[in-house]
Write a protein that binds this ligand. Structure first.
Ligand code: GAR
Length: 207
């Protein structure tokens, strides 16, 4: 059984989509063993209570450096024997402490077709630019902001009268559809990161 920690800062709809997918699979292969949240007021904490996921809430501003902050998180991950980190709306750049410990075992989801529109407010950036197609990217995490080898992308069209709310609904639907299955493929080693590239090791029809 591989143990996953989900990192989130906000609403947690992706966290819940992951949990629901793994529950309906009744998977013996993976479990979400920990939620790490850096925002004490985040709604994801309520969702985690509902699903009884052990939750670690930590405020960065209480630490003098990113290293000190991440060292405390790393201890929690080690205590819970976490194998893999999944970022799901975690609005903070990972530092070298977590990257060195988990390089190749960290996934992120981002609401644009990277490398377009990295960072915060990807939807706002896409609408402002006026692109007619945008989408989602699931990628392994490296030192950069929304960089790292890409595992999966999928697209949505931006219609003439698209609003941020309607675009967010389309994007989230796609995220919830793809993230659980992609996580499973990466955690079970079907897809791996090697020499900063994505490699498919074997095919499986699971999920
Ligand atoms: C998701 O759309 C995710 O792609 C985005 O935050 C949202 C979190 O939603 N992540 C980023 O923008 C990372 N740069 P959720 O809290 O409902 O899962």
């Amino acid at each position: 059984m591989k143990k996953i920690a989900v990192f989130a800062s906000g609403s947690g709809s992706n966290y819940e989509a992951i949990i629901e997918a793994f529950h309906s699979l009744d998977s013996q292969q993976v479990e979400v063993s920990l939620l790490v949240c850096d925002k004490p007021q985040a709604y994801v904490i309520e969702r985690a209570q509902k699903w009884a996921t052990p939750t670690f809430v930590i405020s960065a501003k209480e630490y003098e450096s990113k290293e000190a902050f991440e060292t405390v998180i790393l201890k929690e991950l080690e205590k819970a024997n976490i194998d893999f980190i999944v970022l799901a709306g975690y609005m903070r750049l990972l530092g070298s402490t977590l990257l060195q410990a988990y390089m190749g075992r960290i996934l992120n989801i981002h609401p644009s077709l990277l490398p377009a529109f990295p960072g915060k407010d990807a939807l706002g950036q896409a609408l402002e630019y006026g692109v007619k197609v945008t989408g989602i990217t699931i990628h392994f995490v490296d030192e950069g902001m929304d960089t790292g080898p890409i595992v999966l992308q999928d697209t949505v069209t931006i219609d003439l009268h698209e609003t941020k709310t309607s675009l967010a609904q389309k994007i989230q639907k796609l995220e919830h559809q793809h993230y659980p299955a992609t996580i499973l493929q990466c955690v079970t080693g079907e897809i791996v990161m090697e020499e900063r590239k994505v490699k498919w090791v074997q095919k499986s029809n699971e999920l």
